[in-house]
Write a protein that binds this ligand. Structure first.
Ligand SMILES: Cc1cc2nc3c(=O)[nH]c(=O)nc-3n(C[C@H](O)[C@H](O)[C@H](O)COP(=O)(O)OP(=O)(O)OC[C@H]3O[C@@H](n4cnc5c(N)ncnc54)[C@H](O)[C@@H]3O)c2cc1C
Length: 396
């Protein structure tokens, strides 16, 4: 069963909601506790995104020696934010919590910690626009909103949540500007070597680099990855990704704006009120696009991108976009060297992420949003859940 069939089976699919919220009640919420076995060795974690940081944090709690090696200049991966565009954090990648708020304490894994991250669900009175055949129809979202749907971070973001609750415990174990190019798991120890030829050795290694980078063979393995993983990699379609944020002097748009191609087998796109619920006087419209839909916008950059999206919006809103335009911010994920795409397509067979999640020889473990054992992938919560699975198995 692929992911869409799974969604259909749960009878929750519709284009009236943001993105993946409909998957949450179908994914595996009940997890076995992490019980430390007699493992006393060291662990290398490659990547300091959601999965790498969550894995390091759990090892820290368990008192196990570990080091996180990150290629980029800082942590965050695909949930980076911008703090210069307006007076609330702009999520350049992950924006919504797609599952219940209980996910945040599950990541923190410490009942003594009080979490004050504010999240806001959408309301039935929010508006949903649909532009088709040159006509805009706007309705209230109504019953499409329910307790399970996406929530916005208010005055905060996925990045801020990690920065406040996870990073302080693991900061001293993160090393940046360290791109791992090869992993040798042929001996008793695992040896990861960076692009300057510097080796790092440990008893076990948790790999969290995005699937796209493994497809592009940015990391070499000795011995090669087993056939089931190579086949999964070869058959995986990884969607392109682009987000754009536009600041206007007036909020002339509905909460969500959909098109005929907002949710297709090849990708998704929609505009949405990015300042929704924020304590801000700024009007910021977001554009989320993945897959083929993102590739249309990726043909443009700079002023050409600005003109393209303003033209698109002017046609819908009678020139209002150009009239009230103030500023633009864009993030093309295909151009980020340590992502090179958005994420594994929604349409993928679940056998791909399952095959990718399997550990090898009790030495090499995989965690990240594309390495999951459940019927759900491509989100922060799946990345952190897969990290819990990897750590649970690793310490057993
Ligand atoms: C446009 C867009 C919108 C999204 N919206 C949402 C949303 O609303 N809600 C949601 O839950 N999710 C969303 N997601 C998905 C979410 O961002 C990801 O699923 C999640 O952040 C992935 O975490 P990760 O740890 O698996 O991977 P990453 O965050 O990509 O972390 C991997 C890390 O590995 C590092 N790395 C790469 N190669 C190497 C190497 N060779 N050596 C060392 N380090 C390396 C990278 O720099 C990176 O820091 C969105 C993603 C995109 C792109």
């Amino acid at each position: 069963m692929n992911r869409r069939e799974f969604v259909a089976a749960c009878s929750l699919f519709g284009i009236s909601l943001p993105f993946q919220s409909f998957l949450q009640s179908c994914s595996e919420d009940d997890e076995a506790p992490i019980i430390p076995g007699d493992f006393e060795g060291s662990v290398l974690i490659i990547g300091a995104g959601a999965a790498g940081m969550a894995a390091g944090y759990l090892l820290e709690q368990l008192g196990i020696e570990y080091q996180i090696l990150e290629a980029d200049t800082t942590y965050g991966g695909r949930f980076r934010t911008d703090t210069t565009f307006t007076d609330f954090p702009i999520p350049l990648g992950a924006e919504w919590l797609h599952v219940s708020e209980a996910e945040l304490p599950a990541i923190v894994n410490n009942e003594a910690v009080e979490i004050d991250t504010r999240l806001l669900p959408y309301s039935p009175t929010d508006t949903s626009g649909y532009f088709s055949n040159g006509q805009l129809t706007v309705n209230e979202v109504g019953s499409a909103v329910n307790d399970d749907q996406d929530k916005k971070f208010i005055g905060s973001s996925w990045f801020d949540f990690f920065e406040e609750y996870i990073v302080p415990s693991i900061q001293s174990k993160m090393q940046f500007n360290t791109q791992i190019t090869s992993i040798d798991y042929s001996g008793d120890k695992v040896i990861a070597t960076d692009m300057d030829g510097m080796p790092y050795e440990a008893d076990r290694l948790v790999l969290t680099v995005p699937l796209k980078l493994l497809q592009l063979r940015q990391v070499n393995f000795r011995p090669d990855l087993p056939n089931n993983k190579q086949n999964a990699l070869a058959s995986a379609t990884i969607w392109s990704g682009m987000k754009v944020f536009l600041k206007f002097s007036e909020a002339f748009y509905p909460t969500f704006l959909y098109f005929d191609d907002s949710a297709t087998n090849e990708g998704q796109r929609l505009y949405y009120d990015a300042a929704y619920g924020q304590n801000s006087a700024d009007n910021v419209l977001g554009l989320f696009s993945v897959g083929k839909q993102a590739e249309v916008y990726q043909n443009y950059s700079g002023d050409a991108l600005r003109d393209y999206v303003l033209n698109e919006l002017d046609e819908i809103f009678d020139g209002k976009a150009s009239e009230t335009f103030q500023d633009i911010l864009a993030q093309n994920w295909n151009e980020k060297p340590f992502a090179r795409a958005a994420y594994l397509e929604d349409e993928a067979s679940s056998s791909i992420s399952r095959a990718m999640s399997k550990s090898i020889d009790n030495k090499l473990y995989f965690a990240g949003c594309s390495y999951t054992q459940f019927e759900d992938w491509s989100s922060v919560h799946t990345a952190t859940r897969s990290a819990r699975d990897a750590v649970r198995e690793l310490v057993r």
